[in-house]
Design a binder for this molecule. Structure first.
Ligand code: GLN
Length: 463
């Protein structure tokens, strides 16, 4: 009870500045906390997350709690069921604190594309927290919640984790159920954990992972992760650093990145610089695929089934058109239009099919490298967190922020971002990419680095 209350008072103190939460579920949370207290008194068996508050990205369904994807079009929608990840968290005694801000429908890298105002970076309030799970990462960084859920289609967990100096994992495609995750681009996205430390991140991952009959793309991992006995270990790890993922990175970020690699070397790892020639096409392929899938997934928002409906007289097509015109923000519209174009009869082969071919090549590049090395390492983001408003008018420059994160989603691999330093007080993240279902190795390496750097001890100034 005290734990949950303490986090809510942090929210009350700080969230007016940060805007990480779109809505809180305090009453329900306190009720659940009381139940955990009673279970403690009765010495009942406790869940692995007993009494721990969790902030949930606003695209993951929690039964009875409004979920909007930070879009006007879903305003007022209350899902009648829990996402599988949420059901698993509840079954382990975890407590949902509230829903966090994001880019509308998870489209963006800065959380500025929210219909409810941007989230600010706790390390520097005039900068973005990254996106699209910016609210979740900022909530954890500002100590408003110990744990959070995000979703990652092209970097949306790792980008804000890096920008807010917290740990975030994009799990192997199929490791975590997407049931109850509001779809943006199904072939790319996964729900994943965000936390202040590697162990907490591993704990939350181990709770939400596993096969789910409600999501046929899920698989049971070959080995169950035991976060309680996780130990940092980078010895004899063979790292590959693809030059394509370092090229063009801000030199100050690159310097921090190499420092982290050399730290891992001191801890017993070795590294080689390699080339993965198809990675340079990833960004273009990603955006064609993501927009194509989005244009299809977002067709369901028609003013009839969910949330918002425009007040117009007329036939259904008018209601449909006006609802979408008024309900979607500019970035979402841009993507629906581009995605529809990419899938249109005359252009399907030129764009969508071509992108799928690139995707196969990217996958092949990773398979080849990961047959010789244990892990691929890169900076998570090419720059430190940028200023609010700096890129909103220039979508391409925003898309470019994802160069180092999207290849992983094309290949379906797991990747983790762990804090590795600061540039003028602004966080820098290290990205570790593993083979399918090799999350445990990523956690071990990240933990070894975390034990050395102890960055989680630093508190953001919230100014
Ligand atoms: N920035 C990327 C996009 O806008 C990734 C978003 C995400 O992972 N949800 O598509």
């Amino acid at each position: 009870m005290e734990v949950v209350e303490a986090f809510y008072s942090r929210v009350e103190e700080n969230d007016a500045k940060v805007n990480a939460f779109l809505r809180l579920t305090k009453e329900k949370a306190l009720e659940e906390a009381r139940r955990v207290d009673i279970a403690v008194k009765r010495e009942e068996r406790l869940g692995r997350l007993a009494g721990l508050p969790i902030a949930v990205k606003d695209n993951i369904c929690v039964k009875g709690v409004e979920v909007t994807c930070a879009s006007k079009i879903l305003a007022g929608y209350r899902p009648p069921y829990d996402a599988t990840a949420i059901a698993k968290i509840k079954a382990e005694g975890g407590i949902v604190m509230g829903m966090t801000n994001m880019d509308e429908f998870a489209m963006g890298s800065s959380t500025e594309n929210s219909a409810y105002g941007p989230t600010r970076n706790p390390w520097s309030l005039d900068r973005v927290p990254g996106g699209s799970s910016g609210g979740s990462a900022a909530a954890v960084a500002a100590r408003m919640s110990p744990l959070a859920l995000g979703s990652d289609t092209g970097g949306s967990i790792r980008c804000p984790a890096a920008f807010c100096s917290v740990v975030g994992l994009k799990p192997t495609y199929g490791a975590v159920s997407r049931y109850g995750l509001i779809a943006y681009a199904c072939s790319l996205e996964q729900i994943g954990p965000i936390a202040r430390t590697v162990k907490d991140c591993a704990l939350l991952f181990s709770v939400i992972a596993g096969r789910d009959p409600r999501d046929s793309t899920t698989l049971e991992p070959p080995r169950r992760l035991e976060p309680e006995s996780l130990e940092g270990d980078a010895s004899r790890v063979k790292l590959a650093v693809p030059k394509e993922l370092v090229h063009g990175v801000d030199p100050r970020v690159e310097e921090r990145f190499w420092r982290a690699i050399h730290k891992l070397e001191e801890l017993g790892a070795s590294y080689s610089e390699v080339s993965m020639p198809n990675l340079k096409y990833s960004l273009a392929a990603y955006y064609v695929i993501a927009m194509s899938e989005a244009s299809s997934n977002l067709a369901r928002y028609d003013g009839v089934r969910y949330g918002y409906r425009a007040k117009v007289e007329g036939d259904w097509s008018e209601v449909y058109a006006r609802t979408r015109e008024e309900g979607f923000g500019p970035e979402v519209k841009r993507r629906i239009i581009l995605g529809t174009f990419a899938l249109s009869a005359g252009y399907y082969g030129r764009y969508y099919l071509k992108a799928l071919k690139v995707r196969a090549l990217v996958k092949r590049d990773f398979q080849e490298i990961l047959s010789k090395f244990d892990v691929v390492a890169s900076p998570t983001m090419p720059t430190p967190p940028f200023k609010l408003g700096e890129k909103v008018k220039d979508p391409l420059s925003m898309y470019m922020m994802d160069v180092d994160t999207v290849p992983v989603n094309l290949a379906g691999l797991p990747a983790l971002s762990v804090p590795c330093g600061f540039v003028d007080g602004l966080p820098v993240g290290l990205q570790l990419i593993g083979n399918y279902f090799d999350e445990e190795r990523l956690f071990k390496i990240a933990l070894a680095l975390e034990d050395e750097l102890r960055i989680y001890e630093r508190k953001p100034p919230l100014s």
